[in-house]
Ligand binder design. Structure first.
Ligand code: 5GP
Ligand code: ZN
Length: 113
């Protein structure tokens, strides 16, 4: 998608610190980390938000979670981690390309604010 920040990151038009990449998934360091480890995990294909997941693209979401498990091993997140998806305005989504925050290396409060 031409005007999408995360599509530009996937294309290398905007630099990012790569954490993981495969055929379908790209993960990079969040520019404003909320935990000592904070990755953004995205499908390379543009999906606007979790509200747009359907039977045509849901296989990509499985790929995202396969990638998250690989990243957890790669980064030695054996103490655990949190996966967060913000969807839409009330959900706090600020970038319109579906993404999953992968947060780790601190004790994360529950329930979240
Ligand atoms: P959201 O608020 O939409 O759930 O999450 C968007 C995330 O993208 C935020 O945590 C924000 O810090 C991160 N972000 C926004 N712009 C950039 C950028 O240009 N580079 C990187 N690495 N992260 C970004
Ligand atoms: Zn996009």
């Amino acid at each position: 998608m031409a005007d999408c920040l995360f599509c530009k990151i996937v294309a290398g038009e905007i630099p990012s610190t790569k954490i993981y990449e495969d055929e379908n998934v790209y993960a990079f360091a969040d520019i404003d980390p909320q935990a000592p480890f904070h990755a953004i995990v995205i499908p390379k294909q543009h999906i606007t938000s979790a509200a747009e997941i359907d039977s045509n693209n849901s296989a990509l979401i499985s790929k995202i979670f396969e990638a998250i498990a690989k990243i957890a091993k790669q980064e030695n997140l054996e103490n655990g981690f949190r996966v967060v998806n913000n969807c839409g305005a009330d959900g706090g989504q600020t970038v319109g390309h579906i993404h999953f925050h992968l947060l780790a290396r601190r004790n994360l409060a529950w329930p979240p604010g």
